[in-house]
Design a protein. Structure first.
Length: 279
């Protein structure tokens, strides 16, 4: 009976093997310095170098210096903290992370940046396991992180940063940007009950404690905004005899002053003058 079933079982096993997805090829990080991770395929897609230089970001000197100091330590294999860049929108959090990586990474060939989507935080433990033990050192960046999906994503991030029984990977530095200091979603589902809602909130707030380095980005005042505009205009050789007034009018139309608004004004000015910019 067993002998008669053997060929059938072999055919079933072979059919299942054909249906199973092929194992992903080993990641090749030699093609670029920046990558995007796709957890569905396990692939790492090369991205072009970030073109904006670190010294072109004005009004955030303290934040730049602190971030670069921590990143330099990590690149050298020294103890470094995971970083939370938090503050109002448009103040340069993501730009600093990428521009600082480009500035520091030039001196460390093994330093790579992997960007992950904020909606795929639950895949971080698996990603960290893939990166663990490799010769490269990885900055894993998640832009605009918050836990809109609730405590499941918070638990996944805590698991990734703590690393379970094996500990966190020594060759991974996690960097997140957020408009909210404690990564809290804008609302909780009150219909789950007060106790469950409070427990979810505690879970989400506790994640921010896993970041050893918090760097805050306050709103930009008018002198700093104009300083940023002038610095961009000088860097890209844009002339406007009434630069300050036009820049303030632009900010008034946007209803905000920030590094992003300053850069958008410069893009408009460069376009009007027929000049190109790196972004």
């Amino acid at each position: 009976m067993d002998h008669a079933l053997s060929p059938l079982l072999i055919r079933i096993a072979e059919a299942l093997e054909r249906l199973a997805p092929p194992a992903p090829a080993p990641a090749d990080f030699s093609a670029a310095r920046l990558f995007r991770h796709d957890p569905e395929t396990g692939g790492f897609h090369p991205a072009p170098d970030y073109p904006l230089s670190l010294d072109s970001l004005v009004g955030v000197e303290r934040q730049k210096a602190r971030f670069v100091e921590n990143l330099e330590r990590f690149a050298q294999g020294l103890p470094a903290n995971h970083v939370l860049l938090w503050g109002v929108r448009g103040t340069g959090k993501s730009s600093i992370a990428k521009a600082a990586f480009m500035a520091v990474g030039g001196g460390y060939e093994a330093l790579k940046l992997v960007e992950v989507d904020r909606d795929q935080v639950t895949a971080l433990p698996a990603l960290f396991d893939i990166l663990r033990g490799r010769d490269e050192r990885f900055v894993v960046l998640c832009d605009d992180l918050s836990f809109e999906e609730g405590a499941a994503a918070a638990k996944a991030l805590k698991s990734a940063l703590e690393g379970g029984v094996s500990g966190p990977p020594a060759n991974v530095l996690f960097v997140a940007t957020s408009n909210r200091r404690h990564l809290m979603p804008r609302g909780h589902q009150e219909d789950r009950g007060l106790i469950a809602t409070a427990e979810d909130a505690e879970e989400e707030v506790s994640v921010s404690d896993r970041f050893g380095l918090w760097i805050g980005f306050p709103p930009m005042d008018q002198p700093t905004y104009l300083e940023a505009v002038r610095a961009y205009a000088a860097r890209y050789e844009l002339s406007d005899p009434d630069l300050d007034r036009h820049a303030l009018q632009w900010a008034q139309l946007r209803g905000a002053r920030s590094g992003r608004v300053a850069w958008q004004f410069i893009r408009d000015l460069a376009g009007a003058q027929g000049k190109t910019l790196p972004l």
